[in-house]
Design a protein around this ligand. Sequence first.
Ligand code: SF4
Ligand code: SF4
Ligand code: SF4
Length: 587
Amino acid sequence: MDMINVKINGVAYAVEKGATVLEAAKAAHIDIPTLCYLKDINEIGACRLCLVEVAEMRGPALGPWRMVTACVYPCTEGMEIKTNTPKIAAFRKMNLELLLSNHNQDCLSCVRSTNCELQTLCREYGVNSSSFVGEVTKHEIDDASPIIRDNSKCVLCRRCVATCARIQEIGVIGAKNRGFDTSIGSAFAARLADTSCINCGQCIVACPVGALYERDDTDKVLEAIADPSKHTVICTAPSVRAQIGECFGYEPGTDCEGKMVAALKALGFDGVYDMNLTADLTIVEEANELIGRIQNNGALPMITSCSPGWIKYCEHYFPEFVDNLSTCKSPQQMFGAIVKTYYAQKMGWDPKDIVMVSAIPCTAKKFEVGRDGQAAAGVPDVDFAITTREVGRMIQKAGINFRALDDAKFDDPFAIGSGAGAIFGATGGVMEAALRYAAEKILGKKLEKVDFTEVRGTEGIKTASYKLGDLTVNVAVASSTGMAKKLLNMVKNGELDVQFIEIMGCPGGCVNGGGQPIQPAKVRMNMDLRAVRAAVLYKDDAEETLRTSQDNLAVQVLYDEFLGAPNSHKAHEILHTTYVKRGLYNN
Ligand code: SF4
Ligand code: SF4
Ligand code: SF4
């Protein structure tokens, strides 16, 4: 690695050639404030908060001191850098005041208060109002979809635009107009609901302020809990337990399953269940569907269907692959379907009196609950899908001291989930869980080793090939719709021959979903959240004695008592669904 020598605040450092001033400072453990910067996604030097002073070598001597933006300015040999002079502080303060001059400062009730990068910077620089007073731009809130935009709080950093265009490769939002009239939105002033937005929420987790947030369904959930005529139950997705702690100050990568269950019980839910169970059920249904398609010349490659953001992306952008989608409902929807059919029957409850809530890492699941073909008992399988962030807010609002809670356990009869179900939350997890099932079924014997490590990791696209008896199974995994696009084009062009594909709409899978706790750019710059959060789930799996979906006794009971066999007629009625070939203009 080529290195060059620089001085930062008078101290000498060797830094990688080509590093920006921001990267050099990070290596020297010095923070430079940023607002528009998001590592590897948005590096445009627009907000001018990372201003620093530099002097570069001009021949044998140091040239004049100049002000530059650290996030885009490259280090040069012999460069001297000052990151924190009174002049720099004054400029940063003025830039914050300029931002505030056109900003709706309702911090008291803002959803991002205490987790807002603008608010943090204003506090650090002692800015609580703007000396620039004048006309302000007027904006309407776009709340027609689960992704809500309030441009009165937008700082025009374009992190959302870059994420939607460069990571998800969707590009339904952009900057409109110029100068004072600039705003972020969709073409022809369309509401997000009227575009081919997939509701992934990746723009929300990229936004440094409260300009983007999910529709909040927590009041409706609390009303249901308070209604004695309703059976209000909740199931929690695998990755929620691995991230909910971040809402309460725990480091990313802290498993808080026991406290999460205890908090949900304290909120008053009539049942707190583990969605790992229906992750297992999904695997049994999906792996049998795959084996059936391979044996009966069905549509291949078969593609997983757990991620509703990915499903909507496929329907809009790759309708020619809709028949390749597994017809299995997602684990969330399977859970609701089972509770409102099997469990309702068992308990003598009217499905109309059950309020099924799911706690999920995903904003697209708010769209999924309203899709056609998701009502096994004649009423919606799931009534409310609430994000990890919403769960955190409900617990805070109820005054429950999360950190002080003793661990509690999920409620029967939906308390058992395997390690295979747990790893659903990480990219490659569904594939690995399915391989554990398919390998045993095809080989007709128990596996000695159930780890398929080739499909683990945070790379955008992974491929692997497995010899199972006489059968060779080629598989591929993609996470983010940008990577899905690349992978599907490889399949279309004949560059990749696989039978089974796992696609997750968010980069890294559910652990990095659009409904997860938001970490500021400063944290995201220093840590690969996808890997740190996924490690919790792989640790859970490694420590489980039950590691395969087929050995989950609760799943076996469901088949014995209710569904019959995997992929049976009844299983299809309750656990499977259909999709729409939307194209770009059918939302
Ligand atoms: S976006 Fe930040 S600064 Fe603006 S109102 Fe919300 S918390 Fe306050
Ligand atoms: S939700 Fe996803 S698709 Fe929609 S605007 Fe945001 S990033 Fe783009
Ligand atoms: S909505 Fe948020 S991420 Fe997008 S430009 Fe505005 S402040 Fe930046």
